[in-house]
Each structure stands twice: as C-alpha cells, then as structure tokens.
Design a protein around this ligand. Structure first.
Ligand code: B4P
Length: 190
C-alpha cells in the first residue's frame, strides 16, 4: 500500500499537488481542510465549531480531525493507498495516524515536504483569497497566524518522520509541473 503524507506550510501547494498525484497513482485523497470546509458548507455542528477556529487561522482540536480521518479510513477499505493532505499537523495526530494504520496492518510510506519561503506563501494565499472567498486567505494578519501555528505545532511533525527515516524534502517553488515531477521521482524510488 502506498501511503503518502504531503507536508508543508499553508499555501505550499499540498492541495494542488494532491490533485495530480491522485490521477497518477490511483490513491484516495484525504484532505482534512477539504473535509472541514465540507462540514462548514453543510452547516453541521462540527463545521460551525471548526469555522470559528479556521477563520482565525488556528488549528482545529486533534480529536476532531483524528476522528474524521478514522472514519474515512474505515469507509475506504479497498483503497490502493492514501494521500494525507494537511494531516497530520501535530505530533499527536502523527502518533494517532500510525496507530490507525497499524490496526489495518499498514503504515506511512513517506512524508514529502514542500519547502516554500514565507514571502511566497503570503503572495500565493493573498492571490487565492481574491477569488476563493476563503476567510482564512482574506488578509495578511490571518495568514501570518496560520504560518505561526505551522511553525509552533506542525513543523515538529517533520522530526517525527525523520526519526523513522521516512522524510523527504522537495523545493516547492517553481512550476506546478516541475514540482510534480520531483515528487513523482521520490515516489518512484520508494
Ligand atoms: P488546508 O485546507 O490544509 O490548506 P492550506 O494549508 O491553506 O493549503 P495548501 O498547502 O493545500 O495549498 P494549495 O495547494 O491550496 O488548511 C486550512 C485550515 O484548516 C487550517 O489553517 C486549519 O485551521 C484547518 N485544518 C486543516 N487540517 C487540519 C488538521 N489536520 N489539524 C487541525 N486543523 C486543520 O495552494 C495554495 C495556493 O498556491 C493556491 O492558490 C495554488 O493555486 C497556489 N500554488 C500552488 N502551487 C503553486 C506553485 N508551484 N506556484 C505558484 N502558486 C502555486
């Protein structure tokens, strides 16, 4: 089973690259950001609670996203593998994911990290905010908060996978196709 974690700060291109990887490798895409936005648009209680945090650029509680991923793994039992996009975002989420996969006799194959400078992230997200209407892309202050959350809570997750010798870093600046080629090379060498 090919199980990839696509990792990087907000706006690094995780969602963009996931769309291309799903087609090429026939994987199930699990984006906690997309699942949370679907809950918000359906007006569920979980969505209402998550929206208050997401709009401020703050992470949603671990138990909420771990529960969501657990449900999705259960409902995709025949998958050839998964792309985890935007998950795990804390060490507690990484530990929980290992436990969930172990109970299914599986494991993470590799974490692929997209490296992008803060100034490029800010430019990309402000640009997307003009069209997307996403409240968390709306202004530089909220984006800075998201990057701060990433540095404090998410960046340490890289060490978790480095310790397992499953970490690979890619330059996330350049054309979408060139970055995709670099990611594909890593996967093909696994
Ligand atoms: P996410 O939905 O995961 O979103 P993201 O980090 O903003 O973006 P991503 O890296 O996928 O960037 P994209 O491809 O879209 O998270 C949103 C919020 O949800 C979080 O802040 C948090 O509150 C909550 N959340 C989600 N998961 C959670 C978890 N596990 N635990 C707790 N809370 C959680 O690219 C961004 C832009 O750049 C796009 O406009 C794209 O077109 C552009 N772009 C992409 N590649 C480019 C390139 N090579 N060159 C130029 N532009 C590029």
């Amino acid at each position: 089973m090919l199980n990839l974690v696509l990792f990087g700060p907000p706006g690094a291109g995780k969602g963009t690259q996931s769309q291309k990887l799903i087609d090429k490798y026939n994987l199930v895409h699990l984006s906690t950001g997309d699942i949370l936005r679907a809950e918000i648009s359906q007006g569920t209680q979980l969505g209402t609670e998550a929206k208050q945090l997401m709009d401020q650029g703050i992470l949603v509680p671990d138990e909420v996203v771990i529960g969501m991923i657990s449900n999705k793994l259960d409902s995709n039992k025949d998958a050839a593998g998964f792309i985890f996009d935007g998950f795990p975002r804390t060490v507690a989420q990484a530990e929980a994911l290992d436990g969930l996969l172990k109970s299914k006799n599986s494991e993470i194959s590799c974490m692929i990290a997209l490296e992008v400078s803060n100034s490029e992230l800010l430019n990309r997200l402000l640009l997307r905010g003009k069209d997307s209407g996403r409240p968390d892309d709306a202004n530089a202050e909220i984006i800075a908060r998201r990057i701060e959350e990433y540095n404090n809570k998410t960046a340490p997750v890289a060490n978790y996978y480095k310790a397992q010798d499953k970490f690979c870093s890619i330059n996330g600046i350049g054309s979408i196709d060139d970055i995709f080629t670099s990611i594909s090379t890593v996967i093909n060498d696994l």
